[in-house]
Ligand binder design. Structure first.
Ligand SMILES: [Zn+2]
Length: 452
C-alpha cells in the first residue's frame, strides 16, 4: 500500500515513541526560547521571575512556568494593555487575525502567520487522511467561516490532499445540495446532522442511500449514544474531532480508539484539579496546551501552558492499530459544562447520554435542555429535563424515564442515593417540535441552565 494514502506525513505520524519524545523535548526548548524572545508577555515574565528560558529543557520543566488562561490573554491585550502580549511576530508577518468568542468580555485575539496556517492545515490533513479521506472526496463544511480558524483550516487541508470543499459555512443548507453535488462527507454538529437527515426524509430522500460515505462531528463533546444514533440514521461511520483556534486539532482515526493528538505540533499535558501536577495516563484531568514549533520556525501567537478549561483522559501512548504512534485521548469535555450536586459532578454529556438511549429515540428528536433549581441548603435540588418529542402525546414516558435514570445515575452513587431519598428530584417535561426554551435564544443552545 502507498504510505501516502494511509498517512499524510508517514515519517512523523508513525515515528517511534523514543524518537517522538526527543522531538517534542527539542521543540519545547526551542518554543520556550522563542516565546521569551518574541512575546511581550513572556519577555517580561522571564525577567520578573528571574528564570532563564534555557533552564526549561523538558516537558516536566513546563511545571515551572505559569499556567495561563483565557483571562491572562484578555488582560494582556487591548484595551487592557497597549499591545498584544502574546503576539510573537512583527505586524508585517501577521497573515490573519482571529478572535475566539469568549463567554465573557472581550474576545481573545490570535495572530497567524502563513507558516502557522500551513501547520494548522497539516493537523487537519493528517486527521482527514486517518479517517479515509483522499482525492475525489467532496466535503460540505458546515462550520462557519468567520474569525475562528476551523472552517478555513479544513479548506486549506483539502487542497493538500486533493479533496473538494463545499464551503456552505452553516448547517441549515437545503437538501438539494445533497442531490446536486453528491458530497461524500459533511462536517457538522451532532444535532445539525440529525436535523438535516430529518429534512431529507421529509423530501423523500433516504440519508442511508445518499452519497455520504462518512461524517465528521466536532465543536462539542457528546456521548457514544448520540454518535451511534447519527451513524445509524446516516448509515455510515461518524468521526469525532477536537480543535480550537489556540492550535489543538485532534481527530479520531478509522479505528475509533480515541483522538490522536499531533504531538509534534502541539504539546498536551493533563493536570490534576489543583493544577499543580500532571495526572497519570488513564486519569481524568484538565488539558493544558503548549504550542510546539519546529526548530527555526516562527509563529504569530505563542502559548505555553494554556489552560483550555476542557478535561480529558490520556488513553494510550502506544502504537494504535492504525499504525500511528501519536497519543490518543478521550473525547474532551468542557469544564464549564460540569455541574455539581451534593459535591458530585456531572457533565452535559451525562444528560445527553440519558436522552440518547436507543429506545428513547423511537419517540424523541434528541433535542433537549435541562434546568437545575433549588438549593442544597434547603435540602432539595431539582433537575428538570425537557425533551423534544416527535409527538408528545404518543411518547412512552415510562420507558424514556427509566432509560434516562438508569443511564444518568449509573456510577453516581451519591446522586442515586439522593434521588432515592428524595433530596434530588428529577422531573421530565415533554414538548413538541420547536418548543424548547433555547430556540428563543440566539447563539449556541445552552442545554443545561443552573438556576440555583
Ligand atoms: Zn489510530
Amino acid at each position: 500500500m502507498n504510505l501516502k494514502t494511509k498517512y499524510y506525513n508517514p515519517d512523523i505520524e508513525t515515528m517511534e515513541r523514543g524518537e517522538l519524545d526527543a522531538l517534542v523535548e527539542e521543540r519545547i526548548k526551542y518554543t520556550v526560547n522563542y516565546a521569551a524572545e518574541n512575546s511581550l508577555f513572556y519577555k517580561k515574565w522571564f525577567r520578573e521571575h528571574n528564570i532563564k528560558p534555557s533552564d526549561i529543557r523538558s516537558h516536566e520543566d513546563l511545571l515551572e512556568l505559569p499556567i495561563i488562561s483565557g483571562k491572562t490573554i484578555r488582560e494582556n491585550q487591548p484595551p487592557e494593555t497597549v499591545d498584544f502580549g502574546f503576539r510573537a511576530v512583527d505586524w508585517k508577518d501577521v497573515f490573519t487575525v482571529h478572535e475566539t468568542s469568549g463567554t465573557s468580555g472581550t474576545p481573545k485575539s490570535f495572530f497567524l502567520t502563513w507558516e502557522d496556517w500551513e501547520r494548522y492545515a497539516e493537523k487537519y490533513a493528517r486527521s482527514f487522511v486517518s479517517q479515509g479521506f483522499g482525492p475525489g472526496d467532496r466535503v460540505v463544511v458546515c462550520a462557519s467561516y468567520g474569525m475562528n480558524v476551523g472552517a478555513n483550516t479544513m479548506t486549506l487541508a483539502a487542497r493538500n490532499i486533493g479533496m473538494t470543499i463545499i464551503p456552505i459555512g452553516k448547517c441549515n443548507f437545503p437538501p438539494r445540495v445533497m442531490t446536486s453535488y453528491k458530497p461524500t462527507s459533511i462536517v457538522g454538529s451532532v444535532f445539525k446532522l440529525i436535523s438535516l437527515a430529518k429534512r431529507m426524509k421529509m423530501q423523500g430522500m433516504d440519508p442511508t442511500e445518499s452519497s455520504i460515505e462518512r461524517l465528521i462531528v466536532g465543536g462539542e463533546s457528546f456521548p457514544d449514544e448520540s454518535r451511534n444514533y447519527v451513524a445509524e440514521i446516516w448509515g455510515c461511520d461518524v468521526f469525532n474531532t477536537y480543535g480550537s483556534t489556540e492550535g489543538t486539532m485532534c481527530g479520531e482515526c478509522s479505528h475509533l480508539k480515541g483522538l490522536h493528538v499531533p504531538e509534534d505540533l502541539v504539546h498536551m499535558d493533563v493536570y490534576d484539579p489543583r493544577m499543580d501536577g500532571f495526572v497519570k495516563d488513564g486519569e481524568c484531568g484538565r488539558i493544558v496546551l503548549t504550542t510546539l514549533l519546529p526548530v527555526g520556525a516562527r509563529c504569530g501567537n505563542v502559548l505555553l501552558n494554556y489552560d483550555t478549561e476542557d478535561t480529558t483522559v490520556v488513553l494510550d501512548r502506544e502504537k494504535c492499530s492504525c499504525g500511528r504512534t501519536h497519543m490518543r485521548v478521550l473525547n474532551p469535555q468542557r469544564e464549564a459544562e460540569t455541574f455539581w450536586i451534593f459535591e458530585t459532578p456531572f457533565n452535559r454529556v451525562d444528560v445527553e447520554k440519558g436522552v440518547f438511549q436507543r429506545e428513547n429515540m423511537e419517540y424523541l428528536t434528541g433535542e433537549y435542555e435541562a434546568f437545575l433549581y433549588g438549593g442544597e441548603d434547603e435540602g432539595e435540588v431539582t433537575l428538570r429535563v425537557s425533551l423534544e418529542c416527535e409527538d408528545a402525546e404518543k411518547c412512552d414516558r415510562q420507558v424514556i424515564e427509566s432509560n434516562f435514570l438508569g443511564s444518568f445515575l449509573k456510577y453516581k452513587r451519591v446522586l442515586e442515593d439522593a434521588y432515592m431519598q428524595g433530596s434530588l428530584d428529577i422531573i421530565f417535561n415533554y414538548v413538541g417540535p420547536g418548543q424548547l426554551e433555547f430556540y428563543h435564544i440566539k447563539g449556541r443552545p445552552k442545554r443545561i441552565v443552573d438556576r440555583r
